[in-house]
Design a protein around this ligand. Structure first.
Ligand code: 6PG
Length: 481
């Protein structure tokens, strides 16, 4: 006899458990399975009244039997090998048209492989990015779906019911075939890295350049959260800076070791950007900053050798803070422009047809980078009708014109004081290079031609040419100057 559950879920870790409760709460019956039965028991005990919508299963065969066909099963286990193991097990118990949904932070290349591997089995596959952490999973995440559109149609009702809402619109969407959803989630995280790093850099300038205590810095961020920087990340930054360690009474942030972890999605964003030849320098700088943060021993040794940067940011602190707010806005625009440009390139490369306005729309609520700013991005892309760089959208041109002088001043002052601002300065360098009509790679082309006879184009004539520099460079097809 077929089961009665609408959907199944494997993996009752923090994200899986909260997603299950969210699904049960929205009136969908969910069958759950976890490798260790004790966790399933503990989950049920905490489910309260939602228990009536939850079917606990203690084998994977029971899980399959508990779901009404065609069976959608969410796999929420650690990305990598564990996903392949669960898929192998599910292949033994599922039947034609059932859908396996990987909701972890998978590398989209694994998702593409899994999609292909399952093609001939009668099962279908969805790679689903879920953002919002524990709280989002429980009360409304942002959901980025990749796979066949008909697979999405079969799970759309459940997924839109559990997703976050922005002014009533659900933050869940089908974005394209196979790896599209996981790719978009990866870039979401890459942007998240850049956003967090730039906030941390500004925090550093207030701490080390203006000598402000954590509590005061928190108040500044709380103020900014009421303006154009309003976002979840600024909001939690203010909350974090206000928190005190109950043991010592010190601000918690002052006793946290300055060594940041990373699980891979930021790095994947950079690798894919490089592979496609799209500059994502702010994201790259943010990933590198986490790597350098891990080299604590070397940093301390180098500080002993070179000395600590002791210079303060001079001038009126209130003016500096106003500049910092705008600098953060300008840096953010450049970082988001990069992230969206990477998605646009991937969309062409993999034939996904990624709807960039929709991506921005489903990031407006639920996810970690949620903000009003994304509403402006959604509008800009929708109005453009094509995926021009965000820096060219009229509303962003106006914002950038207003904000980039502040970014320039802040980066200049930080570097004079010896305070590192790698993501902000990369964002500025990207902007300056992007808007420079006559760059300097004419010299690079000349150098390449000199040592490698690579040829160059001329401003005043069509075709490929060689320079008059040496006999070594004067061979091959291109004409001599
Ligand atoms: C989200 C987060 C989530 C998680 C990542 C962060 O969107 O909900 O991005 O996916 O926090 O694990 O990655 P790092 O551990 O690499 O910082």
């Amino acid at each position: 006899m077929d089961g009665t559950a609408d959907i199944g879920l494997i993996g009752l870790g923090v994200m899986g458990a909260n997603l299950s409760l969210n699904i049960a709460e929205k009136g969908h019956r969910i069958a759950v399975f976890n490798r260790t039965a004790a966790r399933t028991e503990a989950f049920l005990e905490n489910a309260g009244a939602l228990r009536s919508n939850i079917v606990p299963c203690y084998t994977i065969a029971d899980l399959a039997a508990a779901i009404r066909p065609p069976r959608p099963v969410i796999v929420m286990v650690q990305a990598g090998k564990a996903v392949d193991e669960q898929i192998a097990l599910l292949r033994g118990v599922l039947s034609d048209n059932d859908i396996i949904i990987d909701a972890g932070n998978a590398n989209f290349r694994d998702t593409m492989r899994r999609f292909d591997e399952l093609k001939s089995t009668g099962l279908t596959f969805i790679g689903m990015g879920v953002s919002g952490g524990e709280e989002g999973a429980r009360n409304g995440p942002s959901i980025m779906v990749g796979g066949r559109e008909e697979s999405w149609k079969r799970v759309e009702a459940v997924l839109t019911a559990i997703a976050a809402r922005y002014k009533g619109e659900p933050c869940a969407a089908w974005l394209g075939e196979n790896g599209a959803g996981h790719f978009v989630k990866t870039i979401h995280n890459g942007i998240e890295y850049a956003d967090m790093q730039m906030i941390a850099e500004i925090y550093g300038l207030m701490r080390d350049g203006l000598g402000m205590p954590a509590r005061e810095i928190g108040e500044v961020f709380a103020g900014w959260n009421k303006g154009r920087l309003n976002s979840y990340l600024i909001e939690i930054t203010a909350a974090v800076l206000a928190a005190e360690d109950p043991e010592t009474g010190q601000p918690v942030v002052d006793i946290i070791l300055d060594r940041a972890g990373q699980k891979g999605t930021g790095r994947w964003s950079v690798i894919e950007a490089q592979t496609m030849g799209v500059p994502a320098t702010a994201i790259e700088a943010a990933v590198a900053a986490r790597v350098i943060s891990g080299m604590r021993g070397e940093r301390l040794a180098a500080e002993r050798v070179y000395g600590k940067a002791t210079a303060r940011l001079d001038g009126d602190p209130a003016t500096s803070l106003r500049d910092m707010e705008l600098a953060l806005l300008a840096g953010k625009i450049a970082a988001y422009a990069q992230g969206f440009a990477v998605m646009d390139a991937a969309s062409n490369e993999f034939g996904w047809g990624l709807p960039l306005p929709t991506v921005a729309r489903i990031w407006r609520a639920g996810c970690i980078i949620r903000s009003q700013f994304l509403d402006a991005i959604a509008e800009a892309f929708a109005a453009a009708g094509s995926a021009d760089n965000l820096l060219m959208a009229p509303s962003f041109v106006a914002m950038m014109k207003e904000a980039h002088p502040s970014l320039r001043r802040i980066v200049a002052r930080a570097s004079e004081a010896g305070l590192p601002v790698p993501a902000l300065s990369s964002a500025l360098a990207y902007f300056d290079a992007y808007r420079q009509g006559r760059g300097t790679t004419n010299l690079v082309q000349a150098q390449r031609d000199f040592f490698g006879a690579h040829g160059f184009e001329r401003l005043d004539a069509d075709g490929a040419f060689h320079g008059p520099w040496s006999s070594a460079a004067q061979h091959g097809d291109p004409k001599q100057v």
